[in-house]
Ligand binder design. Structure first.
Ligand code: GTB
Length: 217
């Protein structure tokens, strides 16, 4: 039975690849696993059938035979465990790759999400202009730390791993903001991730769904 994931029927980003199904698609492409996609509407995500799979009524989900998973981090972790290509063989290097996955989701992504919320959900509030410098400072703090650690390396810890997949995915949310411009090594890191054939295939697949157009090439 084929692996099946869920994705938005129409992502609010119109195909920029920022919805989290792109991360799962990318992981599956990296390890060469074919998959099917079940597209869900916002209303279908609140129906019992979807809630049985995802208690919070979100995408993405992952199904393979009897196994149903939710939470992108857990799904990518599972894919990396089951298939070669995203975790190193060496036990310590593998533990460090997992550490970077957690760092991306638990330490770097929260201030980035907060910035998105401040802009998109709270942009019209009287206090947003006053709060924004603080929110941006928190993002810059993390970007500065990450930039210093990455230095002039290609990837965070040796060869590309699930840790890089997750970190690049998190940083992609900042691409349009200009905030990464101050960190040339992070911009180059992002570009390296986007240049990976597996990322391109994942991006193009979600682009086709969300725009109804063939890949841009
Ligand atoms: N912690 C969960 C995970 O990592 O899987 C979070 C999952 C999540 O936030 N899913 C979002 C969702 O289903 C889609 S990805 N939201 C609908 C809901 O909660 O009702 C987040 C997302 C959505 C849209 C954009 N965008 O348009 O740019 C970017 C990211």
């Amino acid at each position: 039975m084929a692996i099946t994931i869920t994705a938005f029927e129409r992502s609010p980003d119109g195909g920029k690849g920022l919805a989290r199904d792109t991360r799962v698609r990318w992981a599956l492409e990296e390890v060469g696993q074919p998959y099917e996609v079940r597209l869900v509407s916002f209303s279908a995500m609140q129906e019992p059938a979807h809630l049985a799979l995802h208690p919070f009524g979100q995408i993405p989900t992952y199904e393979d035979g009897d196994l149903g998973l939710f939470e992108t981090g857990a799904i990518v972790f599972h894919i990396a465990e089951r298939h070669a290509g995203l975790f190193p063989d060496d036990a310590n290097a593998r533990a460090r790759a997992i550490t970077w996955m957690f760092a991306a989701l638990s330490t770097v992504e929260p201030p980035i999400l907060e910035l998105g919320n401040a802009r998109l959900l709270e942009g019209d509030k009287s206090w947003t202009a006053q709060r924004m410098p603080l929110v941006k400072d928190r993002v810059h703090n993390r970007l500065g730390q990450l930039s210093r650690r990455l230095g002039d390396a290609d990837w965070l810890d040796g060869a590309f791993s699930a840790g890089d997949l997750m970190m690049v995915s998190v940083l992609l949310r900042l691409k349009a903001s200009g905030l990464l411009d101050a960190y040339p090594n992070l911009s180059a890191y992002l570009a390296r991730g986007e240049a990976r054939p597996a990322y391109k295939r994942a991006f193009e697949a979600q682009w086709a769904v969300n725009t109804g157009k063939p890949p841009t090439g």
